[in-house]
Design a protein around this ligand. Structure first.
Ligand code: G3I
Length: 299
């Protein structure tokens, strides 16, 4: 059985992976994704710097290819990501006028979400906007607009595609009562109370051995925020130990609001964590023990 089918049989929505245009052109990536995963996230090509490197001039080709491939193959797509301080083009970085930045965010979000309306069902509307202590991270967005950019991005995404599930996504949300987890829950509580349309919290879950055991408590704390769902959005675990991967999958199974898991890539050779071998398929694209252990756990 595929890992995705087994996860769906356990009442979850999907088990997916990150990929991108170039990777989909290299065998055996497409066949592995077709056979094993139910969802894809663009690893890079949906980011602002890739989509709109110059103001108003969009480069849709790579992002479109991934979306088209996903739909042709019956896979869901997570849109990653609309507003992020990193992989942000210089022309956005340099904006100092508040009204100009509001307009630029509105345009980017409505143009991008609008293009894929009805085809992309989950969006990382904002990514990595918190500092480790749980305060708002310093960025052009927070410097020029304070918290207001969060409301603008979510409201425009909601207006543009009312059926899309809108996420706030971040990393280092892997242990309960950590500053950033506390900050995430209290900010989301506050913003939802103020009417900001946030549907879900994504926890990237780039972790190391020893951390898997804490993931369930962290997910429970995130799920205590007034959101419909939480998801593990970019999972990878250094050395891919069996017990660490199964602990994370079990954590999602045990937390009702946890709807999905996405691993951050297919084969170790293509991982952003070079040398960590953190994925479910090895350098030769053979499934690793952690893959088999997840299948066993789910069946
Ligand atoms: O596309 C250029 C290519 O033209 C150039 O020749 C090459 C030379 O270095 O760089 C290429 O761009 C690289 C890009 O990946 C595409 O391969 C960038 O240098 C490199 O920095 C970029 O890294 C990506 C990273 O985000 C950037 O922050 C990783 O692939 C991607 O896995 C990683 O993903 C992030 C998530 O979006 C957010 N959460 C953390 C996660 C891991 O860092």
């Amino acid at each position: 059985a595929s890992i995705h089918d087994a996860f769906v049989a356990a009442s979850k929505e999907f088990f997916g992976t990150a990929t991108d245009q170039g990777l989909l052109q290299r065998d055996p990536n497409p066949a592995i994704i077709q056979a094993n995963f139910g969802q894809v996230t663009h690893e890079n090509s949906m980011k602002w710097e890739s989509l709109e490197p110059n103001r108003g001039s969009y480069n849709w080709g790579p992002a479109d290819e991934v979306v088209d491939w996903a739909i042709a193959n019956g896979k869901l797509v997570r849109g990653h990501t609309l507003v992020w301080h990193s992989q942000l083009p210089q022309w956005v970085e340099g904006i100092t006028d508040a009204e100009e930045l509001r307009e630029v965010i509105r345009n980017h979000v409505s143009t991008t979400v609008g293009r894929y309306a009805g085809r992309i069902h989950h969006w990382d509307v904002v990514n990595e906007i918190l500092a480790e202590d749980g305060s708002l991270r310093d960025s052009v967005f927070s410097r020029v607009l304070g918290e207001e950019f969060v409301r603008i991005a979510f409201e425009v995404a909601r207006e543009t595609d009312p059926s899309a599930v809108l996420y706030i996504n971040d990393y280092n949300l892997d242990q309960a009562n950590y500053g950033k987890v506390n900050g995430m829950v209290s900010f989301v509580q506050k913003w939802v109370d103020e009417g900001v349309p946030i549907d879900g919290i994504g926890t990237q879950t780039h972790i190391s051995p020893g951390m898997g055991a804490g993931v369930q408590a962290a997910l429970e704390q995130l799920a205590s925020a007034p959101v419909r769902e939480v998801a593990i959005t970019e999972l990878d675990i250094a050395d891919a130990p069996v017990e660490e991967y199964t602990a994370v999958v079990q954590a999602c199974l045990n937390v009702e609001k946890c709807t999905a898991i996405t691993v951050w890539g297919v084969g170790d050779a293509d991982s952003w964590r070079q040398g960590d071998n953190p994925l479910l398929f090895d350098y030769n694209f053979n499934p690793k023990p952690a893959y088999d252990a997840i299948i066993d756990l789910l069946s």
